[in-house]
Write a protein that binds this ligand. Structure first.
Ligand code: SF4
Length: 467
C-alpha cells in the first residue's frame, strides 16, 4: 500500500502554487455558504416528516456539546469557553426539548445505526450528565445493537469515571484530540497535554472495551518541523491508535480571531508543511495504516478500510462514514442535519439556539432543498472525494444520462489536471485520480461545483486552502 504515495516531491512543490487555493472540503454539496435563511423551522419539520424511507433504514444522530474549559489557539470549531459547569443542566433541558420536537416531527421512526457526539468538548459534561443525555437521546431514538457510537474527547478533562460511564452507555469508539506531543508546539497553541495523559486515557478506553481509538493530529502549527513531528509520530506509534486523522492547520482568521496571535514567522513555510505531511503519510503506511481518503488513516481490519475496498465509503459532516444514504439528524447549536433531499443547520450560539428551541422546538437557522442537479453533482463529488474515481456507467445507471455530454464543460475544465498528471480521463468522462492527484482531490472535485464560481467572485473568504 505504499505505492499510492510514491509521489514526486519536486513535482508537488512545482504544482503547489497553482493548486493551493481556497476551496471547500465537501462534507456537503452544496456547501454551507450556499444555504439560505429562507429555509427555516417549518421547512425542517416538513422535511423530517418525509416518507421516502422504511422503518428498517438506518439513521445517524449527531449531538453537539459546545463547551470547552480553555481556548486552543488553532481552533476554528463552534465552541464556547466556560468553566461554569452550573450551566450544564439548563443546556441539557434545552437539548432534550429539541430531541422531543424532532422525534415528534419524524414520520417514519427508525433505530439509530450511528451516533456521534462532538464539540466543543463532550466530556465537559460530567459522567452523570453524559448518562442523562444519552438516555434522553436513546429513549427517543433507540440504538441498534450493532450501531457505531462514537465520541470526541479532550484527554485533559476526561477522567476514568467518564470513560466508564461512556462504556456503560454503549459508546464503542473514542476520538482524542492530540494535535502534537511537542511541548513547544503545545505551548504555542495553548494546549498543554502530556503524552502520558493521552496514553493513560487510551489504556482506560481499551480496558473499558472500546472497539476503536482515534487520534486527531494537526500539521502546519507554529514551531513544527519534520524532525519535531517525527518525534510526535514515534510517541503516537508507541500508543498505537486504530485510526488517525491528520488535518492541515487551517489559517482562517475571519472565523477564529485568536489565530491572529500566531506569528507568520513561527508557522512552517509551505514546503516544510508539505514535507511534514508527506513524511507522516509515509510513516503511517509503513506502520500498517491504510489511507482512507483526504485526511483519514485506519488499520486494515477497520470497517472504514473495508468500506473503501467495497466502494461503500461516503462522506458527511462527521467525516468518512460507512453509512450510505441514511438521514443524519443533528442536535445542539450549529448542528447540521442531512436529510434525503435537504440540509438544515441550527443557530450557532447557545443563547440564539436556546431561544429558538423554546419558541419552535427546533432551532433551524438556514438550510437548502436539493435540486435534481444538486443531487447529481453531490453524487459526482462524493465519488471523487471518497473513491478517487468517477465511473460513467454508474452515473448513467443512477441518473439516466451520459456523463460526458451532461458535464462536458466540467470535464474540459480538468484538462490542466490531466496534463499535470493529477487525473486520467476516458472519452466517456470516467476519471481516476492518480497518486499525486490524491493530494489535490479537493481541486478535482471543485470542477463540478456549480456554486463555486459565484463564491470565488466575492471578496469574503469562505474556505481554507485545498492543500
Ligand atoms: S480544539 Fe477542542 S478543546 Fe480546544 S477549543 Fe477547540 S473544541 Fe475546544
Amino acid at each position: 500500500m505504499s505505492e499510492p504515495f510514491a509521489i514526486d516531491l519536486g513535482r508537488v512543490a512545482e504544482l503547489l502554487p497553482r493548486y493551493a487555493i481556497d476551496g471547500p472540503r465537501y462534507t456537503s454539496y452544496p456547501t454551507a455558504p450556499v444555504w439560505k435563511e429562507t429555509y427555516g423551522a417549518r421547512d425542517f419539520r416538513a422535511d423530517l416528516a418525509h416518507g421516502e424511507v422504511e422503518s428498517s433504514d438506518g439513521l445517524s444522530l449527531y449531538v453537539h456539546i459546545p463547551f470547552c474549559e480553555s481556548l486552543c489557539h488553532f481552533c476554528a470549531c463552534n465552541k464556547e469557553i466556560t468553566r461554569d459547569h452550573g450551566r450544564a443542566d439548563a443546556y441539557l433541558d434545552t437539548i432534550e426539548r429539541e430531541i422531543d420536537a424532532v422525534r415528534s416531527a419524524v414520520r417514519v421512526p427508525r433505530a439509530a445505526t450511528q451516533v456521534h457526539w462532538g464539540g466543543g468538548t463532550p466530556t465537559w459534561l460530567d459522567p452523570r450528565q453524559v448518562e442523562r443525555l444519552f438516555r434522553a437521546l436513546t429513549e427517543a431514538f433507540p440504538v441498534r445493537d450493532d450501531a457505531e457510537i462514537s465520541i470526541e474527547v479532550d484527554p485533559r478533562v476526561t477522567t476514568k469515571e467518564h470513560v466508564d460511564a461512556l462504556a456503560e452507555c454503549g459508546f464503542n469508539r473514542i476520538s482524542m484530540g492530540v494535535q502534537d506531543f511537542d511541548l513547544r508546539v503545545q505551548e504555542a497553541i495553548h494546549r498543554l497535554q502530556p503524552a502520558d495523559d493521552t496514553a493513560q486515557l487510551v489504556e482506560w478506553s481499551r480496558d473499558a472495551g472500546f472497539d476503536s481509538v482515534n487520534f486527531d493530529l494537526i500539521y502546519g502549527l507554529p514551531y513544527q518541523s519534520v524532525e519535531s513531528f517525527g518525534r510526535t509520530l514515534d510517541q503516537l506509534f508507541a500508543i498505537g491508535p486504530d485510526r488517525i486523522a491528520l488535518y492541515s492547520y487551517a489559517h482562517v482568521t475571519w472565523l477564529a480571531k485568536q489565530q491572529r496571535g500566531f506569528e507568520r514567522k513561527d508557522l512552517p513555510d509551505a514546503a516544510t508543511k508539505l514535507e511534514i505531511m508527506l513524511t507522516a503519510i509515509r510513516r503511517f503506511l509503513a506502520e500498517g495504516y491504510l489511507f482512507i481518503g483526504l485526511d483519514h488513516f485506519a488499520r486494515e481490519d477497520d470497517e472504514l478500510a473495508r468500506a473503501l475496498a467495497d466502494r461503500t465509503l461516503r462522506r458527511n459532516f462527521m467525516g468518512h462514514t460507512t453509512q450510505a444514504g441514511v438521514d443524519l439528524i443533528g442536535f445542539g447549536p450549529s448542528a447540521i442535519s442531512e436529510l434525503r433531499r435537504s440540509y438544515a443547520q441550527s443557530y450557532r450560539d447557545v443563547p440564539a439556539w436556546s431561544e429558538a428551541v423554546a419558541e419552535h422546538g427546533v432551532a433551524t437557522m438556514r438550510g437548502h432543498h436539493l435540486t435534481r442537479a444538486d443531487l447529481e453533482r453531490r453524487w459526482i463529488i462524493n465519488r471523487i472525494m471518497c473513491h478517487g474515481e468517477l465511473r460513467a456507467g454508474e452515473f448513467a445507471e443512477a441518473f439516466g444520462h451520459a456523463l460526458a455530454s451532461e458535464y462536458a464543460a466540467e470535464l474540459t475544465a480538468l484538462d490542466g489536471a490531466v496534463r499535470d498528471g493529477l487525473i486520467e480521463r476516458d472519452a466517456d468522462g470516467s476519471l481516476r485520480v492518480l497518486p499525486t492527484g490524491r493530494l489535490f482531490v479537493r481541486n478535482v472535485a471543485m470542477a463540478f461545483d456549480a456554486y463555486l464560481p459565484d463564491q470565488q467572485r466575492g471578496d469574503k473568504p469562505m474556505f481554507s486552502k485545498t492543500v
